[in-house]
Design a protein around this ligand. Structure first.
Ligand SMILES: CC(C)(COP(=O)(O)OP(=O)(O)OC[C@H]1O[C@@H](n2cnc3c(N)ncnc32)[C@H](O)[C@@H]1OP(=O)(O)O)[C@@H](O)C(=O)NCCC(=O)NCCS
Length: 394
């Protein structure tokens, strides 16, 4: 049946669909909290593993709790040799997000808890997925470059080990630190499209892998996690700072989106921008001479100016404008950027999947099932009569 869809409400903007205790966005103040801690506090004092514990368990860990959590993750890093063999059959030009999505799907077949519906089994599946995503991404980057795959090193932290497996050697300490910070900043972000996709799948009682595969698919699009890759493609296409102004004018005049600008929730600057901006500064000696940094600053400046002229409204940069430049500085290939987002966000996704299936009382788990306003005919052409295929005339 048909109903009433307010055009402002399409895309579920401004609609509350569930309660959550995981993270909170203050859209006007431009603040992001994980379990009541400002993301800026966590990037300053915490580590990715400690933050992951906080997101999953709702409190900062004791030393012994963190040690156990880290060692659980370390023990699950390896991927089965059969899965590596599968990856080696994939065409080398396949996008990393597609490879990650297929490989996570394959990994489900090797999880002993796959059909166990208990909360504990969901937690174990989550740990395996979070631990293995970095291994899959690093392995794929090396497989496609005809380089040998590097085994995980259990003496290294989650994020340091990823860089080690990617590069085949330890990254410089500054890069390791900035990468860990970037991963903290991306770890959780409430009901964004990929998290919502994961929760929808989880709401059907499907397993964690099925929900994560959906989330990876949702993240890959360039309006969401694919935006950081698109930012870098744009920077390469534009070529130099002098060309930014005209490029921005052309994009907006042709109704094309500027990747890395705008946000569905924040009404001000995304708080993660400042965190990544500081990392870029730590990694760059002469920031004013750094071409891509200059270019994103100009994209920000001219998009704001032109957007105000055209729409009479303000627009602000989002995390992807800055993560693209930061990852470029780290020497990471730009088509891997969305996969790095998935590496970090897997913690948020898994926690939401568990919250969706095992919400705190007094809530009960619900199957997501919205309505659509049907605009077709009540009875179709020919009054809904079925005409055999050979008798149809168009
Ligand atoms: C993220 C995004 C989808 C959020 O958009 P939103 O909340 O749905 O905002 P809307 O799409 O309602 O945008 C409102 C208006 O601003 C425009 N707009 C929003 N972001 C824009 C951008 N980056 N470039 C150009 N125009 C933009 C829209 O076209 C729309 O114009 P209209 O009212 O004339 O149709 C949007 O800002 C976007 O596409 N950004 C670029 C992709 C990106 O960086 N994604 C990563 C987000 S973290």
């Amino acid at each position: 049946m048909s109903g009433q869809v307010n055009s402002k409400d399409t895309g579920l903007r401004g609609v509350y669909v569930a309660n959550t205790g995981i993270s909170m966005i203050d859209e006007t103040a431009g603040k992001l909290f994980y379990r009541g801690y400002l993301v800026n506090t966590l990037t300053k004092y915490s580590t990715y593993e400690e933050t992951a514990y906080l997101i999953m368990h709702g409190k900062l860990p004791l030393r012994s709790e963190l040690d156990k959590f880290s060692s659980n993750l370390k023990s699950e890093r390896k991927i089965p040799s059969e899965v590596l063999k599968f990856m080696m059959q994939i065409p080398k030009e396949s996008p990393p997000m597609d490879v990650l999505q297929s490989t996570i799907s394959i990994l489900a077949h090797y999880d002993p808890d796959i059909y166990d519906q208990s909360k504990e089994a969901h937690y174990r599946q989550s740990i395996r997925i979070i631990a293995k995503i970095p291994t899959v991404i690093a392995a794929w980057d090396r497989i496609r470059k005809n380089m040998s795959v590097i085994e995980p090193d259990t003496s290294l932290s989650h994020t340091d080990n990823f860089l080690y497996m990617l590069f085949g050697e330890r990254a410089p300490p500054k890069i390791e630190k900035c990468f860990d910070i970037a991963m903290i900043a991306h770890a959780e972000h409430s009901f964004n499209a990929s998290t919502f996709a994961a929760r929808i799948v989880a709401s059907t009682n499907a397993h964690v892998y099925a929900a994560i595969v959906a989330a990876i698919g949702a993240l890959s699009g360039d309006l969401h996690g694919g935006a950081c890759y698109q930012v870098m493609r744009n920077l390469k296409e534009i070529g130099s700072p002098e060309k930014v102004e005209q490029w921005v004018i052309n994009q907006l005049a042709n109704n094309r989106k500027i990747s890395g600008m705008g946000h569905a929730v924040y009404k001000t600057v995304d708080p993660r921008v400042k965190i990544l901006d500081e990392c870029i500064r730590v990694l760059t000696e002469n920031i004013e001479d750094y071409k891509y940094y200059k270019m994103i600053k100009l994209i920000e400046k001219y998009t704001k100016r032109e957007f105000r002229k055209l729409k009479g409204a303000d627009i602000y940069p989002n995390v992807d404008l800055y993560s693209a430049v930061l990852y470029n500085l780290m020497g990471i290939d730009c088509d891997l950027y969305p996969a790095l987002f998935a590496l970090s966000r897997s913690v948020g996704w898994c926690t939401h999947i568990i919250e969706q299936k095992y919400p705190d009382p007094p809530l009960k788990p619900v199957l997501y099932r919205p309505l659509a306003d049907y605009k077709g005919l009540y009875y179709g052409p020919n009054g809904g009569r079925y005409i055999p295929i050979d008798k149809r005339k168009h």
